[in-house]
Ligand binder design. Sequence first.
Ligand code: SF4
Ligand code: SF4
Length: 84
Amino acid sequence: MAYVITDTCIKDFLCVEVCPTDCIHPKAEEPGFDAATQLYVDPEGCIDCGACVPVCTSDSVKAGDELEGNEKHFLESNAAYYIH
Ligand code: SF4
Ligand code: SF4
């Protein structure tokens, strides 16, 4: 199951820099970046490598299958960002 980013994200791109599949968006130059309150993982691109977890200084990246009950809605919000 894909990893997800939660609402404590501070949009500093540390995870983007290490993600091998470029599945974390929006980047600063992309439409919607200013309006986005956090970054999101595209579940179609995530390969569950976990590289994004240790670099995040705000503990905002979680394994999708390890979410607490009150965090499970982030599965939907991360995936929803990529549905246009
Ligand atoms: S490293 Fe953490 S705080 Fe930084 S953009 Fe990624 S999820 Fe957000
Ligand atoms: S687990 Fe790996 S592939 Fe998935 S978002 Fe994090 S760095 Fe990218």
